[in-house]
Design a protein around this ligand. Structure first.
Ligand code: 5GP
Ligand code: ZN
Length: 136
């Protein structure tokens, strides 16, 4: 399945060129055009799924397997010091391309704070309410 106006469908199908690190029947791994660090890459399924909610469970398992494989290889080859895997779902969560992708971001000791969020301070009661709300 392919969506006509989707940039990642076009990249996955080879209509738009990309710097490809890995490809198989289901996935392409490409360098991000606007990387946070050197080697920042994206795992993209060849079929169009808007986000993780839509991605079938077996594909989700394939993604994390591939992420581990890529992370190990990239750590070895790029000699990075750590790794972030990031996956945004929905505009509010920072998603800008609505074709599922997972960010693979090599981290280096001198790369600065590329990911920072402020924290909230819930009370014990609020934490308990949240557990009840999610689990009941
Ligand atoms: P999101 O914000 O949706 O999680 O991430 C989208 C990512 O796709 C961004 O990091 C952005 O730089 C990258 N991106 C957007 N358009 C292109 C493109 O045409 N080619 C490549 N390689 N990356 C893209
Ligand atoms: Zn698509």
């Amino acid at each position: 399945m392919k969506q006509d106006d989707c940039i990642f469908c076009k990249i996955a199908g080879g209509e738009i060129p990309s710097h490809t690190l890995y490809e198989d029947g289901k996935f392409k791994v490409i360098l991000d055009v606007a990387p946070a660090t050197r080697g920042h890459a994206l795992i993209i399924p060849k079929r169009h799924y808007a986000n993780l909610y839509e991605l079938p469970e077996d594909m989700a398992a394939d993604v994390i397997r591939l992420a581990k494989k890529m992370m190990e290889k990239m750590t070895d080859k790029l000699n990075c010091d750590g790794f972030n895997l990031i996956q945004n779902n929905g505009e509010i969560a920072g998603q800008t391309v609505f074709h599922f992708h997972m960010h693979l971001i090599p981290r280096y000791h001198n790369d600065g704070e590329i990911l920072k969020y402020t924290t909230i301070s819930p009370s014990q009661e609020e934490l308990e309410e949240t557990v009840v709300q999610i689990t009941k």
